[in-house]
Design a protein around this ligand. Structure first.
Ligand code: C2E
Ligand code: MG
Ligand code: MG
Ligand code: MG
Length: 292
């Protein structure tokens, strides 16, 4: 009967919510200890100049090596940590890890290759944010020029004024600001007008869209030209094939990252890549060799 079906569905529905709730509660109970246990690890995904295919930097991406649940990607815990506030601590851990790592690489004679770090929408509301990052940099004797800060475009929609104020302060300190997930929000053009970003990181959906419809291709072409007029650089994300890379290069896109070049990798693997590229200097973009 209908009542029975309804009852079954309802039971199924509430069980699904119950499962999710208890999983969230469990993660919340575990997160502090996980940080102490070193279960959070930072991966690096290389970024390349599309014209020359030389390495120009990397993006740091956090992962959770959970003893029972396995290797967890950030999408499974970052949103929860943004809700319960733990993201502040986790991001500080990531920034410290990245800066410590960069210091080690510089000390071992590797060139200064910038690393970009992701800021959460929550970090943007922290009035101490610039000072916290500057403090971490100072401890490792690094300059703000060595790191790029990625801010997700959707944070602009949460609170445009706050985002503009934070970006202004960070830029005064000398940080480069990358607008992450550009085009995924609903007011991308307003954002471009109001926020003095240095770089647009194109949301992957643009690349996928450009390849499926001519309209999508035209939009991508427009964005590339707009970026040129505004004198901001463009990084395309999610480049998986040589065809996509050549297509973006043809459109005048400056930089890119994606599985075509390399997947996010542990720091040792990235360090190895860095040393190979350094030994073979023509594989490294010239500008980054003169960082120090
Ligand atoms: P994002 O900053 O936009 O990072 C790009 C995502 O695209 C990464 O997912 C990366 O692994 C993935 N990706 C790279 N190349 C390709 C490709 O060719 N194909 C496909 N399909 N995907 C590719 P990931 O590592 O799972 O990170 C997801 C999101 O989690 C990030 O998006 C970022 O918003 C957030 N996140 C990562 N690390 C941190 C962190 O340390 N702090 C904060 N607050 N957020 C972080
Ligand atoms: Mg990012
Ligand atoms: Mg991105
Ligand atoms: Mg993204």
């Amino acid at each position: 009967s209908i009542t029975q079906m309804y009852g079954t569905n309802l039971a199924f529905y509430s069980k699904a919510i119950g499962d999710r709730l208890s999983e969230e509660q469990q993660i919340t109970a575990e997160m502090n200890q996980a940080l102490l246990n070193g279960e959070f690890v930072v991966y690096y995904q290389p970024k390349y100049d599309l014209e020359t295919e030389k390495l120009i930097g990397a993006e740091s991406l956090v992962r959770w090596k959970h003893p029972k649940r396995g290797f967890l990607p950030p999408d499974t815990f970052v949103p929860l940590f943004e809700q319960n506030g733990f993201i502040t601590q986790l991001d500080i851990f990531v920034w410290k890890t990245v800066c410590g790592q960069m210091r080690e690489w510089l000390d071992s004679g590797l060139p200064c290759v910038p690393v970009s770090i992701n800021l959460s929408r929550v970090d943007i509301y922290n009035p101490q944010l610039p000072e916290i990052i500057i403090d971490i940099l100072n401890q490792q004797q690094l300059k703000p020029e060595y790191i790029q800060l990625e801010i997700t475009e959707t944070a602009y929609m949460d609170n445009p004024k706050q985002l503009i104020a934070t970006v202004d302060r960070l830029k005064q300190y000398g940080f480069q600001i990358d607008m992450d997930d550009f085009g995924s929000g609903y007011s991308s053009l307003n954002m471009l007008n109001e926020v003095p970003v240095d770089t647009l990181k194109l949301d992957m959906r643009f690349l996928r869209g450009a390849q499926t419809t001519s309209r999508g291709g035209n939009i991508l072409f427009f964005i590339m030209n707009l970026a040129k007029w505004l004198e901001v650089t463009v990084v395309a994300e999610g480049i998986e094939t040589r065809e996509q890379m050549l297509y973006l290069r043809g459109l005048g896109c400056n930089y890119g990252q994606g599985y075509y070049f390399a997947k996010p990798m542990p720091s040792d693997d990235y360090q190895h890549l860095l040393s190979i590229q350094t030994a073979n200097k023509n594989k490294l973009a010239v500008s980054i060799l003169s960082c120090e």
